[in-house]
Design a binder for this molecule. Structure first.
Ligand SMILES: *Cc1c(COP(=O)(O)O)cnc(C)c1O
Length: 362
């Protein structure tokens, strides 16, 4: 095998989140780094959403759907897989609404490990299923929802030599906190509000860890209010009790018993934040608005953060700076896109300039 040399032309290339934030992460020289150069995702201004809110409110999105497997899960998975490999693991397992399985499969295979993923039968978006299969995971569909699948993998991981890489794995949150570092670096400080979709509540906890760590080190002067949003049909943290049969178009956050429940409440308390429910109709409005008005295609669950901000727009302080997290890429869920698209798909026309011109209204 030939060794890849780092030529002078590539020394400035982004190295992935572990190398970029090494001093903030639990790695040593002995840790084998498994990376796909995740992180360094863009912070994009939303002029139309800002205008819809008014009062000089400045809205940005952290588009983490632009990670290597198309979701923020890559930030946690690079670390979880690197640490599993360091510990000598040969296989990893997770339950997933889709994106965790795609990330686990990609990083595990890249690190030479086997990946087993359990998904709720019939409720995983097509792109995510395709990814897990192509990346070479063993995919098992479970008759039951995500919460049931997670029960299964917890029991299997406690009895057999396979490492759990759900967000119960502490390295996942350590890796994911790097998104908060990038937000602070891009803005020069933390935002006033951080709006984020909440499923298992791992990511909201990770962002808060990241902001607090930078704040303690004087790298930011303020801490944001953490505004968590859940789909109304799957909103245990809003209701204050588990939801037995969660339902929502936002399948990535279709979770009735969040594993990071206690952490999420602590974040809400410490940041003076809130958990708010948004309906599927509101989520889909934001989903279409982001694509058609801002040119940003995220998956339905991700649009929950912008839907929530729009719902609470009268509560946003004048002149505030708001960052909404877009957790996953729109290409993950082509069925949702086609099903909830309101544009007309026209009949095919003959390949004739006159007919084409006529069809577009000239
Ligand atoms: C995993 C996921 C979430 C939810 O994140 P939690 O850490 O479970 O709260 C939201 N959106 C997308 C696209 C996801 O993949």
């Amino acid at each position: 095998m030939t060794t890849l040399q780092t030529s002078p032309r590539t020394t400035a290339a982004w190295p992935g989140i572990i190398e970029a934030f090494r001093s903030h992460l639990p790695v040593t020289d002995a840790t084998p780094i498994v990376t796909l150069r995740e992180g360094n995702t863009p912070l994009i201004p939303l002029p139309r959403v800002s205008a819809a809110i008014g009062r000089q409110v400045e809205v940005w999105v952290k588009f983490d759907g632009l990670n290597p497997t198309g979701s923020f899960k890559d930030r946690g998975m690079t670390l979880a897989i690197s640490k599993a490999k360091e510990a000598g693991a040969e296989a990893v397992i997770c339950a997933s609404t889709g994106n965790t399985s795609a990330a686990a499969a990609a990083y595990a295979r890249r690190g030479g490990l086997r990946a087993y993923v359990l998904i709720p039968d019939g409720y995983v978006a097509l792109g995510k299923l395709a990814q897990a299969l192509l990346y070479g995971a063993e995919v098992l569909a479970i008759q039951g929802n995500f919460d049931r699948a997670l029960d299964m993998v917890r029991q299997v991981a406690s009895r057999y030599p396979v490492t759990l890489v759900n967000s119960l794995n502490p390295y996942r949150l350590e890796g994911q906190k790097t998104a908060a570092f990038e937000v602070v670096q891009a803005l020069g400080d933390a935002p006033d509000w951080l709006c984020i979709p909440v499923g298992n509540a791992g990511n909201i906890s990770a962002y808060w860890m990241g902001f607090c760590e930078y704040h303690q080190q004087d790298r930011c002067q303020r801490l944001p209010r953490m505004m968590g949003f859940q789909a109304a049909g799957s909103a245990p943290l809003v209701l204050g009790q588990p939801v037995e049969a969660p339902e929502t178009v936002a399948t990535a956050i279709r979770i009735g018993r969040p594993v990071n429940w206690e952490r999420a409440l602590a974040v809400q308390h410490a940041s003076q934040g809130a958990f708010t429910g948004v309906t599927d109709a509101e989520i889909l409005d934001a989903y279409r608005f982001l694509a058609a008005e801002e040119g940003i295609f995220c998956e339905p669950a991700s649009a929950t953060s912008v839907a929530g901000l729009l719902k609470l727009k009268d509560q946003v302080p004048t002149g505030a700076r708001v960052v909404c997290v877009l957790t996953g890429n729109g290409l993950k869920d082509p069925d949702a896109a086609l099903q909830h698209n309101t544009a007309q798909q026209r009949p095919a026309v003959p390949p004739d300039p006159a007919q084409v011109a006529k069809a577009i209204g000239f």
